[in-house]
Design a protein around this ligand. Sequence first.
Ligand code: AHR
Length: 631
Amino acid sequence: GIVINLQEKGVGIAPSMYGVFFEEINHAGDGGLYAELVQNRSFEEHEMPAGYHAEGDKLIPSPEKYHLTGEVRHDRSFKWNTEPVRAWNLLVKDTAAARMRLTKERPKFQSAPNNLEITLTDASHPIQLVNEGYWGMGIGAGENYHLRVIIRTSSDYKGTVAAKLLSSKGDVLAETSLKVKNDNTWNDIKATLSSAAKDAKAKLALEFDAPGKIWIDYVSLFPEKTFNNRPNGLRKDVAEMLVGLKPAFFRWPGGCVVEGITLNNRFEWKKTLGDPAARPGEYSTWGYRCSYGFGYYEMLQFCEDIGAKAMFVCNVGLGCQFRMGDACPEDKISYYLDDCMDAIEYALGDVTTEWGKRRAADGHAEPFPLQYVEIGNENWGPEYDRRFDLFYKAIKEKYPQLTLIYNEMPQRDGAPAIAKTDMIDPHWYVDPYFFFRNTTLFDTYERGKYTVYVGEYACNRGVGGGNMLGALSEAAFIGGMERNGDLVTMASYAPLFENRHDRNWATNLIWIDSDRVMGRSSYYVQKMAAENRPDYNVKSNITMHEAQPESVGKGHLGLGASLASVEFKDVKVIQNGVTDLLGDMILSKEDHMLPEKVYEGDYTLEFKVRKTEGEQGFQIFLGMSEDGKTG
Ligand code: AHR
């Protein structure tokens, strides 16, 4: 029976409990939360990080260039985009009329040096440079769009430049002409386009009508209506999905992008500040180069807008230990520590500090709500521990109010691995049965030394892109976290977003298309938990009888397999002292078998079982009702 005493309070559930984990994976930022409609707006997407080379469509880090820690679990290869100029096409009647190439000559910004050079030889028909957006641009009827084009034309170009929003069928939805001085200097032009009709797969074209040369540094198109009307802002519909989760905190920038495949392509927050046109972007670890458009400032602003605390994850001078596992040399560790201190100062420092002043110059004089700093992402081993201790001490001394997070369990071989941490961040990407079986996982964790932030968890094994079983198992696991609310005070599902056209990770919470956004079943589990976060547990006593297999009504013995194929060996039925040997059998997935003899009454079943295929867990069922269904 179950006895619940409503008067007796159990442990509380922290207001900080439910938050979100953001990472540039699956085009979560570019082509996702970030409202920019133009893909590859700075023509930087073909830029490779230093220390890499491409072999066909693979990006290969060159190991001899790195100092390796030896603490690597496995290596992976990475996609490399072989298109010459991603997302851009030149539309010409005759291919000899114009050609394009990427160049770094006379860049507008040294930090984002690529320009697209177009040579027009025959303009008897207008020539269009078309951007397809992120698998189409979602354009609304009667909506305004802000265009910015940085362009230079040769002095002998005597034509005009027009910008056109085109429907998927090629109809003109909006157009404007750009006032370009044809004198070989850079023009930074802003204009507004108002769309005549709705289209989910619209495109943006720049049109030229005379021979000559054109160089384009940057083309950006933003909806006028962004979340909270912020410039360089977020897609309203997508951001509102996050608001629906009532996040107490927002983690940024990751995830593995914090470390990079190697240190050379780690996410660098300083490069995400300032004029979006000058941001270099980075190859994001997940098979594409991102623009750095949704940068540190934008993240902090979003936190302030939605009343969430910000969590910054810093790099400790270690590249991803799941990949190359490189480490910066000893004398460079201080560079990474300084970089982290600067990030904190950017969020919290007043305007008399170097980075507080920079924040004010970027548009926000008051500090931002930074509360958490995670020191490293998914790092481990003695090399990490040493660095953690250094970072922890330095940050705590200057910012005692911050909560600092360690990636691992802080004991190794029974001894402490680090001096001290405020929180730890264990991750679980598992099958549904793991979550169902492990609702008591935290019951035995040690108390009193640190609290737990479950920074990444999801049921992503054996559930495809996600399904109801997975979502329910997450709900069960959440129940276990809440019951241990004195220890587990924060949790975030991961990954958060996927653009439906670029799934880099099997199972993600929110799906995005150019004009739609949808929360999967797991989203509604998160939402339900956050909207109904209890203040405290009530104490209960549950006495249970040992589980007895029961048949449904009148039935007989059957054996079945689901989720995977299984092999049963030495199956025996023992009834009234008599043993029937049923022998061995292999049952493929979702198959079952009924012995010839019907066993009624009590009997004992003995067997050995093993899974014969599949990476995930498996289930067997024993006992059938008369109609052959599971008992
Ligand atoms: O959430 C996807 C990845 O899983 C994260 O980048 C990483 O931290 C973890 O391994």
